[in-house]
Design a protein around this ligand. Structure first.
Ligand code: ZN
Length: 403
């Protein structure tokens, strides 16, 4: 039996009395079919209402082809005469976003002839997809301005069923997808759309419409927007963010752009300076390490493990040791260990091959050039054993001796 949909005539109805006419299941939940309901069933891009039915939470609402509105419930509902109450904050939020969508779609259509091909109302924001390859900044701004003008002019919003014979007289933005009487939602004279969704009494209830961003998707453009309470939340969030960053930098919000650009430049300069210093320091450090390293076949071998350096630092140091005629076997210890092996130009050991062989014994990987290579161990606990084995392979390699 078809359910009488109370929201068609009164979208502001928050609670109602109804009779359970059938019981079943929806999405794995116990569900009931009512003779009448103010709950909006998911459709047309608008999510389903939630709320309470006979004391039991309503989790989902769906309508089938016969016009039966089924309510999925958290638990089984007893009794046939029930009172339903909507989660009104959620419903009103959906009304603001959905009506805002009609106005924004109508604005893009009337200003630029860009039709809306789809609408999605998500938990955070809503989107429309326009049949347009690109939206310019000016188009986005103008459509947003026009939608807000219609909101602030507070036009009455009227939803009514129109007979097919009368339909031809109404300049519909979107052709109906159903046969027979069609529900038309009109926002003053600005927009007339075939729609089964819930809408406020007047455009002013949308409050404010803000386009967050536009993004090209293939041959279409996606426009993300927020209305009413969501626009206020966005504003609060952004204001707190900007104020927090400005305060931490002790500047005004209007100086943020320039300050961030300056900070990035100075960070860039500092990074290059650190780089230069690391290279210089590596030279001094390498002098010391090579001078004090034990010799093997006449070649100094430096073995060191560090915890507070980067792999980049280690590569510099290893290269500096190699330039000074030493072999460098350097490691970073930690949960996962990393190793660098380098040899002087006079030696012909293949560091990449040797390190790869040694690390594979411990489930590690390595590789690189004959003169300098690096590798890693998935388990840092094996680092000392891996260094021992690498050293052993180095010492027994006849190519270690300088040519
Ligand atoms: Zn609609």
């Amino acid at each position: 039996m078809e359910t009488e949909r109370l929201y068609f005539t009164d979208p502001y109805l928050r609670s109602f009395q109804a009779r359970v006419v059938a019981r079943g299941e929806l999405g794995g939940r116990p569900a009931v079919l009512l003779d009448r309901s103010a709950f909006y069933p998911e459709g047309g891009g608008q999510p389903a209402d939630t709320g309470i039915l006979g004391g039991v939470p309503v989790l989902d609402v769906q309508v089938n082809e016969s016009g039966e509105v089924w309510h999925a419930l958290e638990e089984t509902l007893t009794g046939d005469a029930v009172e339903g109450t909507l989660d009104w904050d959620r419903r009103f939020d959906h009304m603001q976003q959905h009506h805002g969508q009609h106005l924004l779609s109508a604005a893009f259509e009337s200003l630029y002839g860009l039709p809306t091909v789809s609408f999605h109302l998500g938990a955070e924001s809503a989107t429309i997809d326009l049949a347009a390859g690109d939206i310019t900044e000016e188009q986005r701004r103008s459509a947003e301005d026009l939608a807000n003008r219609i909101i602030w002019e507070d036009h009455p919003v009227i939803a009514r069923f129109v007979a097919p014979s009368e339909l031809a007289k109404i300049p519909l933005r979107k052709a109906p997808v159903v046969d027979g009487a069609v529900r038309v939602v009109s926002a003053g004279d600005f927009d007339h759309s075939a729609c089964g969704g819930t809408h406020p009494r007047s455009t002013g209830a949308v409050g404010l419409l803000h386009v967050r961003r536009t993004e090209r998707r293939g041959g279409e453009s996606r426009v993300e927007f927020v209305c009413g309470g969501r626009a206020l939340r966005d504003l609060r969030f952004l204001n707190a963010l900007v104020t927090g960053i400005s305060n931490s930098l002790s500047i005004g919000a209007n100086e943020l752009d320039a300050t961030v650009a300056r900070l990035r430049e100075s960070e860039d300069r500092a990074r290059k300076r650190v780089q230069t210093l690391v290279e210089e320091l590596s030279g001094y450090e390498a002098d010391q390490l090579v001078a004090n390293a034990p010799l093997s076949s006449g070649t100094p071998i430096v073995r060191r493990t560090y915890t507070d350096r980067t792999l980049g630092d280690l590569r510099y140091l290893a290269a500096a040791i190699a330039v000074r005629g030493g072999v460098a076997l350097l490691a970073l210890s930690g949960e996962k260990a990393q190793l660098v092996l380098a040899r002087p130009a006079e030696s012909s050991i293949d560091c990449g091959k040797l390190l790869k062989e040694a690390l594979s014994t411990f489930g590690g990987k390595g590789g690189g050039q004959p003169a300098i290579a690096q590798g890693g161990l998935p388990d840092g606990a094996w680092l000392d054993a891996a260094l021992d084995l690498t050293l052993q392979k180095l010492r027994s390699d006849p190519l270690l001796r300088s040519a």
